[in-house]
Design a protein around this ligand. Structure first.
Ligand SMILES: C[S@@+](CC[C@H](N)C(=O)[O-])C[C@H]1O[C@@H](n2cnc3c(N)ncnc32)[C@H](O)[C@@H]1O
Length: 177
């Protein structure tokens, strides 16, 4: 599914006002939205800054293009298709030494969940991709499942999935061909 403006309208940013209140936005401040998504949080930040700057980052190229459209009535923003882990490099590129606030809305957006080709939802029969950056050389979830032994997979589900009952070997085994 190619995300459209209707998918964009459907995504409701979580704790929108609560998180933005805590940023204590100054009109001339520099703010980083490290998980831009469909730009819901960024749109409100932009409404509150005038001479300031918003830096939006997302690993997902589609999110970057949709947000770009959504935010296009402003010009004080810069978007990067990258990981927020590289924020220091991005700030160096922009010749900035500090910012006034950073927002991270971790997780995935509803359009990623509803995209029937990305493997994020059990509602659809699709290959298990689950990469935020689908153009990257990162392993897909399918690769990880096929290449690792059951013990390692159990550890992964337990540690990264915070799944207390990860030792459901049968289910994991069923995923392996
Ligand atoms: C919950 S959504 C953000 C929604 C956004 N706040 C909005 O209002 O539309 C999380 C986003 O983080 C992105 N993401 C996940 N890991 C990332 C990373 N390491 N660096 C940058 N973005 C990342 C995902 O692609 C997804 O678009």
């Amino acid at each position: 599914m190619v995300p459209t403006s209707s998918t964009q309208n459907r995504h409701i940013p979580v704790m929108l006002m609560e998180s933005l209140e805590n940023l204590k936005i100054k009109k001339n401040g520099i703010y980083v939205d490290g998980t831009l998504g469909l730009g819901g949080h960024s749109e409100i930040i932009l409404q509150q800054i005038d001479s300031g700057l918003l830096i939006g980052i997302d690993r997902d190229k589609d999110s970057i293009s949709l947000s770009k459209k959504r935010l296009s009535s402003n010009n004080n923003f810069k978007l990067f298709n990258d990981s927020y882990q590289n924020l220091n490099i991005i700030l160096e590129e922009l010749k900035l030494e500090a910012v006034d606030g950073i927002l991270l809305d971790l997780g995935l957006s509803s359009y990623q969940l509803e995209d029937n080709k990305r493997g994020f939802s059990h509602k659809y029969e699709s290959s298990l991709d689950m990469r935020f950056d689908k153009n990257s050389a990162d392993n897909t979830a399918e690769d990880i499942i096929q290449r690792n032994e059951l013990e390692e997979l159990t550890r992964i589900f337990k540690e990264y999935g915070e799944e207390r009952h990860a030792i459901n070997c049968k289910k994991i085994k069923d995923l392996k061909r």
